[in-house]
Design a protein around this ligand. Structure first.
Ligand code: ATP
Length: 212
């Protein structure tokens, strides 16, 4: 089973990293791929360049063999459409290998606005991680998808290559990249919210207004 967890990672923080570790264990896989996006279609341009965000992500995961970084969206360039990324992976993995995409409930609530969202259940399973304050809609496309495709166990993801949606509640750290960028811009410390190595590199590269 191949698991991918995409995001802007602007910058990567301990909330992302803890979630990745919890997920890897819960899904019972040897490794999980973190996929930084190049140009996020549904939000403003990131504060850090793609190359900077990728470098920080690599530093953050260097000592953790269970987490790997997949830079395919940066290599591809242009807007980072998840359906395209999953299509590429499906071609590489073949038709029968389970492929899982992880998404927070905040992002999944707007699923029907994603480019080619209808193709996604035919390419991958979706694991929706509940984020406090981001309940899934009770009506509309997302609610219907949950009714049609919702499942309750990880075992069901191993039994098919794609098509199921598993909501998961995991212990989360209340950290957001937005609050980290704000702190740095205001000259406050983001220590213990991001790995030390990441904070050192943010300072070395003067990212997010550090040292100004
Ligand atoms: P921003 O504050 O800039 O919106 P973010 O911290 O929410 O950023 P993203 O890179 O946009 O991070 O998120 C990537 C994925 O990680 C999304 O699916 C999001 O729901 C999830 N995520 C973000 N922060 C956390 C956290 N603290 N715990 C668990 N999941 C998180």
């Amino acid at each position: 089973m191949h698991v991918l967890y995409g995001g802007t990672f602007d910058p990567v923080h301990h909330g992302h990293l803890r979630l990745a570790v919890e997920l890897r264990e819960r899904l019972g896989v040897a490794e999980l791929a973190l996929v930084p996006c190049h140009m996020p279609p549904h939000r403003g341009d990131p504060g850090g360049s793609s190359a900077d965000r990728l470098a920080l992500l690599r530093l953050a995961t260097a000592q953790e063999p269970g987490l790997v970084v997949d830079d395919r969206e940066l290599v591809r360039g242009g807007p980072s459409y998840t359906a395209e990324t999953l299509g590429q992976l499906r071609t590489e993995l073949g038709a029968s290998e389970p492929l899982v995409m992880v998404v927070g409930s905040d992002a999944f609530a707007g699923f029907e606005r994603w480019r080619d969202w209808q193709a996604i259940p035919g390419l991958a399973h979706i694991v929706v991680v509940h984020r406090p304050g981001a309940e899934l809609p009770r009506h509309g496309v997302v609610a219907q998808l949950m009714r049609d495709r919702g499942c309750t166990s990880v075992a069901e993801l191993h039994q098919a290559p794609c098509g199921r949606i598993l909501p998961l509640t995991l212990p989360l750290l209340e950290i957001s990249a937005t609050s980290i960028r704000e702190r740095i811009r205001e000259g406050r410390s983001p220590r213990y919210l991001v790995p030390d190595r990441v904070w050192q590199e943010i300072q070395a590269r003067s990212l997010y207004g550090a040292g100004r």
